[in-house]
Design a protein around this ligand. Structure first.
Ligand SMILES: Cc1ncc(COP(=O)(O)O)c(C=O)c1O
Length: 437
């Protein structure tokens, strides 16, 4: 029997990842069905489980996960200094010195102990003041919870609200980590596509609402959107919040690009329409506005009671974000407006360079960026964006993210992060152009 198991594991380990993933998905479905009919019987397909192919079994859902498509492109040139890397969502600017100084001072002062699960009080208070100032609303400190990144906010919210078999309706194309966080919980991410009309991305709210069913626990809206740069209007936000209120489902609003907008100071926010106890969770991050991607700090604005509960999940996850880093974040939020302006100007200039050059190419369709720091552009005749992006790394020495990485509606597109110096962008465009003609 033991020999048979070892043989089976060896065979599974050698299967191509796609086939292993297919077997895992079928296996999970069979398991779910069997669970419904007979809670005690062992699944008959256990012998095919990809999770069993490890030194000891792991969850099939995890075993079947593949490297993300952006990762598959980045792995080709990550360590190669000659490749211009525009595949991830970050700028080439280092964190400004005034933020670093605040963190190192806190480190020297001994802020090196376990800390508050919901964040150090001075930071939570400063974020509440910032929210009131930037959005012109009243925001109490008890609505603010600091966590170890925007990503962690999303993951812990999924843990808090999703059971296996539930679903979240996600506006798509979308940053891939969101559906992965949902699927890790055994829940489904249900995409609803944005549509490119002329040079504007739009969303049909009737389609969005029609995807909600009795197992829907949340609607996930990322506006301004990574990758398309689409922004939901304030009227649309009001309608979506009203819908969620009536259906008693959560509205997970990812607003991490709220300050990276080019025609106003801040993007429309669901916060403008919400009462403190509405089912609204706004995900925010220090990463993008203050060049702090490596710090891993973000926050959520939510009903106070939900924030209190989330303190437990933080406890069972990281047990809190490092206090000395939070002092750096405090400097960012209190003194960071000037730096933020320079960041917006840098991105505006980068976006314009990229837009002008791409729009001049007959095979390329691109919208002028309104927000975020991405150009998401279609290339006529490109049917496999992953293969195309890999070719660009190998032959043009430029790294972009393939549109297919962003799920439904993403194939046929490439994403370029333009939060870079004009010189690097011009060089990247010079190198890419022959492949886009
Ligand atoms: C749409 C979106 N949400 C959330 C995040 C998470 O940001 P972080 O985990 O760096 O705070 C990102 C990062 O790329 C993003 O693009």
């Amino acid at each position: 029997m033991r020999t048979f198991q070892l043989l089976r594991q060896a065979i599974l380990a050698r299967l191509p990842p796609q086939l292993r993933a297919f077997l895992a998905r079928s296996f999970v479905l069979v398991q779910k069905n069997q669970h419904m009919t007979s809670a005690h019987s062992k699944p008959a397909l256990a012998t095919m489980s990809p999770g069993a192919a490890y030194a000891a079994p792991i969850r099939d859902l995890i075993a079947s996960m593949e490297t993300t498509k952006i990762g598959q492109v980045a792995n080709l040139g990550r360590g190669d200094a000659d490749v211009i890397k525009l595949w991830f969502g970050e700028s080439d600017v280092k964190t400004p010195a005034f933020i670093n100084r605040a963190a190192t001072k806190a480190l020297d002062e001994g802020h090196t102990f376990y800390t508050w699960q919901r964040g150090i009080p001075p930071l939570r208070e400063a974020i509440a003041r910032y929210t009131s100032r930037v959005y012109g609303i009243d925001c109490d400190t008890d609505r603010i919870t600091v966590m170890g990144s925007g990503m962690q906010v999303i993951v812990l919210c999924c843990q808090a609200i999703l059971d296996a078999g539930d679903n979240v309706v996600v506006v798509s194309p979308a940053w891939p980590n969101v559906s992965q966080a949902i699927e890790v919980m055994g829940a489904d991410a249900r995409p609803v596509r944005q549509i490119l009309k002329g040079d504007r991305w739009t969303l049909d709210l009737d389609q969005l609402f029609a995807r909600v069913d009795s197992r829907t626990r949340a609607i996930f809206v990322n506006s301004p959107c990574n990758p398309t740069g689409w922004m939901m209007t304030s009227e649309e936000q009001k309608a979506v919040l009203d819908f969620c209120r009536k259906r008693r489902i959560w509205l997970l609003a990812d607003e991490v690009y709220a300050r990276l907008v080019y025609d106003r100071d801040v993007a429309p926010s669901f916060l403008h329409h919400a009462t403190p106890d509405d089912p609204l969770i706004v995900v925010q991050s220090f990463s993008k506005p203050w060049a702090m991607t490596g710090w891993r700090l973000g926050w959520m604005t939510s009903p106070a009671a939900f924030g209190d509960k989330m303190a437990n999940l933080v406890q069972f996850n990281t047990s809190g974000s490092p206090a000395f880093l939070q002092y750096g974040a405090l400097a960012a939020i209190e003194e960071g407006e000037e730096f933020l302006k320079s960041m917006v100007e840098r991105c505006r200039a980068g976006g314009e360079i990229v837009f002008q050059r791409l729009a001049a190419l007959p095979r390329v369709r691109v919208a002028r960026p309104q927000a975020t720091f991405y150009a998401f552009f279609a290339v006529d005749g490109m049917t496999d964006s992953l293969a195309f992006a890999q070719k660009l790394v190998r032959e043009a020495r430029v790294g972009l993210a393939p549109g297919s990485a962003f799920g439904d509606g993403g194939e046929g597109y490439l994403r370029l992060c333009f939060a870079q110096s004009p010189e690097r962008l011009v060089e990247a465009l010079d190198r890419m152009e022959p492949f886009l003609r």
